[in-house]
Write a protein that binds this ligand. Sequence first.
Ligand code: ADP
Length: 325
Amino acid sequence: MPLFIIQGDITRSDCDAIVNAANNSLLGGGGVDGAIHRAAGPELLNECRTLHGCDTGEAKITGAYNLDAKYVIHTVGPIWRGGNRGEEELLRSCYRNSLKLAVEHECKSVAFPMISAGVYGYPFDEALEVAVSEISSFLNSSQDDLTVYITIFSKRDYKISRELFDDVNKYVKDRMVFKEHRFMCMGMNAAADACAADSSVEEFVKTHIDESFSRMLLRLIDEKGMTDVECYKKANIDRKLFSKIRSNESYHPKKTTVLGFAIALKLTLDETDELLMKAGYALSDSNCGDLVVEYFLNNRIYDINKINEVLFAMDQELIGEYYPA
Ligand code: ADP
């Protein structure tokens, strides 16, 4: 289910399928196309010759030969001609058709390059927006277990909305100070509230302190009226990992996994602290990634992909997780 943005050379990916930003001839070219053909070896070109080209927006699949991947999915992105010539719909269909082929071939993981964002001139931030929204809507409506990577070749190319980035960056810089851990106060406030509400300390301990991370998560999903599937998809977490958490009451999640659930469940900052505490974590004012998440929670922006775009820009670990095959 999950979608991650990573930096690297797609030819080194060990995903089941890698996607090639090809041209209509499918007979090789420059950029990522050239790199994939060089790494796969001449047999790839031989197989491509049998395909008789590919229309823009369509996709075709071949073997991957000397690459670690099992398949190469060749798709042809639109050439950018100013944005009014159907470029966006064509680019969306590149992602859709490539993902359909991957699922038909039972792939569990797929790596995409930034189609059209090189020589074909599609503005990077707009191409990223299309990639992220099209891949996530495919994953949200899919029953298949698929992990997707958007591979950014050079961090220098990576551009996201300047306004959002500047805003988060300012928040992080302003807050990057060592402060007492808010979670300690939060725990005490919660205890005080519980007492004020006339429930016994025993009861408070039973429902809050004794409750494991897994129990608390399942309780919150119920309280928010969500289904498990809705929740783990919004958390950028795959089905297998979610069922591990569900079935193992003492499951110890990664911090980024807990944060994924906090976003999916639209928790407040205090609720997030409580959920983190169940797994032995806390948000820290001296950790850049934590402050990025804090910014989004404070502003009630619960779009996991937007958060991950910013975390990636700031070289921080992304939110979400999948269970390794
Ligand atoms: P297009 O013609 O579709 O624009 P390009 O190959 O020119 O395709 O570029 C598409 C994107 O792929 C660009 O962002 C470029 O930086 C990136 N790219 C180039 N080589 C690689 C590689 N080896 N791995 C991943 N991405 C790459």
